[in-house]
Design a binder for this molecule. Structure first.
Ligand SMILES: Nc1ncnc2c1ncn2[C@@H]1O[C@H](COP(=O)(O)OP(=O)(O)OP(=O)(O)O)[C@@H](O)[C@H]1O
Ligand SMILES: [Mg+2]
Length: 286
């Protein structure tokens, strides 16, 4: 005989009530992603976020989805102590949100999630979970009402964490340095974006491709790469290019953002231009 269940016993668990009270903002969530490593994802996340907070008064959250913890490292002199592990939130169904584990920085308006080496473990565990691509989106549901912009620093692959980033995001920003392998990586990433648009996140838009670490001495390579990007994805290519600038590595070594280290440098100026271009693309006031 079939067992009958009373109406008080739901077969499908209800969505958990969130512990975070809604705020009044409505963040644009931007995944900074590229399939290739070392193309400037973290530098772009940190420098764009710092520019938006420092010079345009935006409330910004940087979410470090990379177990390398480079966002925190790059800002270690400025980041306040504390904060819980993002891995825990990703691994266990929870009422907590990403905004609840974020910590402030000495830059007004800028918050970051703590470095989290356990993200590698969390990524593996996600693969056995039903709805594994949707976890981060759920963890940002209320958080996004507390910020103007949320930047997701993705790891250099198309694994579960990048997938979660692209499903949670409204936009993807793709850094690419002037090198053949980086251009090939753009193709792979944009292919994944198309699949995600078709299956999991129809609202995902490409904010743009941005050329990073452009060394003005390599004019022949630069113009060849710019031409290839233009021919294939011209309409997506940001007019702002980020110059190669030794201040980037030195600021990161010191654990502070470009503007705290050398506000008059070339890369600092370029990232300010990128911030303005981003605000215009998002339709947000400068
Ligand atoms: N504009 C620039 N000028 C000079 N050096 C740069 C510039 N942008 C990034 N770099 C350097 O290039 C290296 C890679 O940058 P970054 O860590 O931002 O790349 P990434 O894509 O996040 O790397 P990963 O794939 O490992 O996460 C770093 O050592 C950084 O200091
Ligand atoms: Mg990185």
């Amino acid at each position: 005989m079939r067992q009958s269940f009373g109406s008080s016993m739901p077969l499908i668990p209800r969505k958990r009530a969130k512990s975070l009270a809604p705020g009044e903002l409505c963040a644009a969530v931007i995944a900074v992603a590229a399939q290739k490593g070392g193309v400037g994802k973290t530098t772009t996340t940190v420098s764009l976020g710092a520019a938006l907070a420092r010079y345009y008064g935006k409330k910004v959250l940087l979410v470090d989805l990379d177990a390398q913890g480079h966002v925190h490292l790059a800002l270690q002199k400025l980041v306040h102590a504390g904060g819980d592990s993002l891995a825990e939130l990703l691994e266990e169904p929870t009422t907590r949100e990403v905004a609840e584990i974020a910590v402030g920085t000495k830059i007004e308006g800028l918050e970051v999630t703590p470095a989290c080496a356990e993200l590698a473990r969390a990524e593996n565990r996600l693969s056995t979970r039903i709805g594994k691509e949707l976890v981060l989106r759920d963890l940002l549901e209320v958080s996004r009402t507390h910020y103007d912009v949320i930047l997701l620093d993705c790891p250099p692959n198309l694994g579960n964490l990048t997938l979660n980033g692209l499903v949670a995001a409204d936009y993807v920003l793709v850094p690419c340095n002037p090198a053949m392998l980086a251009v090939a990586g753009v193709e792979g990433l944009l292919g994944a974006v198309e699949e995600i648009q078709g299956a999991l996140n129809p609202d995902l838009k490409v904010l743009g491709l941005v050329l990073t670490r452009v060394d003005q001495r390599n004019t022949a390579t630069n113009s060849l790469v710019a031409q290839m990007l233009n021919e294939n994805w011209g309409e997506l290519l940001s007019p702002v290019q980020i110059a190669a600038d030794a201040a980037v590595a030195r600021a990161q070594l010191e654990g502070q953002d470009l503007y705290g280290f050398d506000p008059n440098g070339r890369a600092a100026a370029n990232y300010c231009e990128l911030a303005e271009w981003t605000l215009d693309r998002l339709g947000l006031p400068r």
